[in-house]
Design a protein around this ligand. Structure first.
Ligand code: SF4
Length: 374
């Protein structure tokens, strides 16, 4: 017996597809509008971080590490938009390390990158077997796994002639690392937006440093990225990191704005009010004899200042900006990374001159590994 074909929308066979109702159309339009607004904000925050920390310079070849998770897809998207608008030429090459995790869908990323027209390279290294062989069952595998991955990616960066390695860590990764170091490591230390790698040969950048994870999750939904699950190796998320994440989420629920204020603090450090003698010359401190309005108060209780607003939020993107009174003006560097009028209005000084519609490219890259059957 053959069954009657069913319609993809689940309607009865032979029945005409119903046209979307007015309410559905309005909902779709609204969601498309929200998606565009979100993308605009993410591009602006990425451009701001890139500019603030001098992450990309003219002629750079940026290797974008693509894991198949939401953050790395967004990273690639953001850098592609910035590249098209940037006042200076740079190149992108996406790189995925196939670690031979069981069940890793190896066609997903090449298909996606081909469709997007992005030059890419897939590096295959069975680090999964090495980790399984060396780490006893039940022990945490992440530390060895990430060490091996790091080594491979540094080598690949050299082989591809990449001058920068871009990673998809976001604001909440940075803040989580800060609290991990504070609570468990006894150090004031977070995750830098830009650093020289431990082998001294690579510059690593984190262009999503200003972006909250929730925004990246929403963006991934809007863009329908073909996400590859991150638990294929069977390892559990680090328990301490998980607890920190829960703590930050709980704080944010009870005290909205606390996450952004904590993040803001990482860029506004007062060494003279901490206890690190390597950062401030306490023994050499002498009275200057000159009173200052904003001088320190030794005997009174320190007043709690108004909470500053996080970087990059403004009325221009439709978000609530009611707490922006005390926010220091965020200024783009001499090279502004976003050409949208909304950004130009909120970042000063303006870029030096008109931008070319499409910046000149460096050499065309063709770094894709030959695929089986090609
Ligand atoms: S979760 Fe799995 S793939 Fe990721 S670092 Fe840990 S062991 Fe490696």
């Amino acid at each position: 017996m053959t069954s009657a074909p069913t319609r993809p929308d689940g309607g009865a066979p032979g029945q005409a597809e119903a046209a979307p109702s007015g309410a559905e159309l309005r909902r779709e339009r609204r969601s498309a509008f929200e998606g565009r607004k979100l993308e605009k904000r993410l591009v602006r925050l990425t451009g701001q971080a890139v500019s603030d920390y001098g992450m990309i310079g003219p002629g750079d070849r940026v290797m974008v590490c693509l894991s198949g998770g939401k953050d790395s897809y967004a990273l690639l998207d953001m850098l592609r938009v910035l590249r098209a608008r940037a006042p200076l030429p740079f190149e992108l090459v996406a790189v995925n390390l196939d670690q031979k995790q069981p069940g890793f869908p190896e066609h997903v990323l090449p298909d996606y990158l081909r469709e997007q027209g992005v030059p890419f390279h897939i590096e295959t290294q069975d680090t999964h077997s090495i980790v399984r062989r060396l780490i006893p069952e039940g022990k945490t595998t992440c530390s060895l796994c990430s060490r091996l991955r790091r080594g491979v990616l540094y080598r690949v960066a050299g082989e591809l002639g990449a001058t920068k390695i871009a990673l998809g860590h976001h604001r909440d990764d940075i803040l989580g690392t800060f609290f991990l170091n504070l609570f468990y490591g006894g150090r004031i230390k977070a995750m830098p937006p830009k650093l020289v790698s431990d082998d001294g040969r690579n510059v690593v950048i984190r262009p999503l440093a200003y972006i909250p994870e929730d925004d990246l999750a929403r963006y991934a939904q809007v863009k329908r990225f073909p996400i590859i699950p991150c638990n294929l190796c069977g390892s559990q998320e680090n328990l301490k990191r998980k607890q920190i994440k829960q703590m930050i989420a709980e704080w944010e629920r009870r005290f909205p704005g606390r996450t952004e204020n904590s993040f803001h603090a990482l860029a506004h450090v007062t060494p003279s009010h901490l206890l690190d003698r390597s950062l401030f010359d306490f023994p050499g401190l002498r009275p200057s004899g000159i009173p200052t309005d904003d001088g320190d108060i030794a005997f009174d209780e320190e007043p709690v200042p108004d909470a500053p607003s996080p970087p990059g939020r403004s009325c221009a993107d439709g978000r609530d900006d009611s707490d922006a009174r005390s926010r220091p003006q965020l200024v783009a560097g001499p090279q502004s990374w976003d050409s949208s009028p909304a950004v130009a209005a909120t970042t000063a000084p303006a870029r030096p001159g008109p931008l070319p519609a499409e910046p000149p490219r460096i050499a065309p890259v063709s770094v894709r590994s030959p695929q089986p059957g090609e």
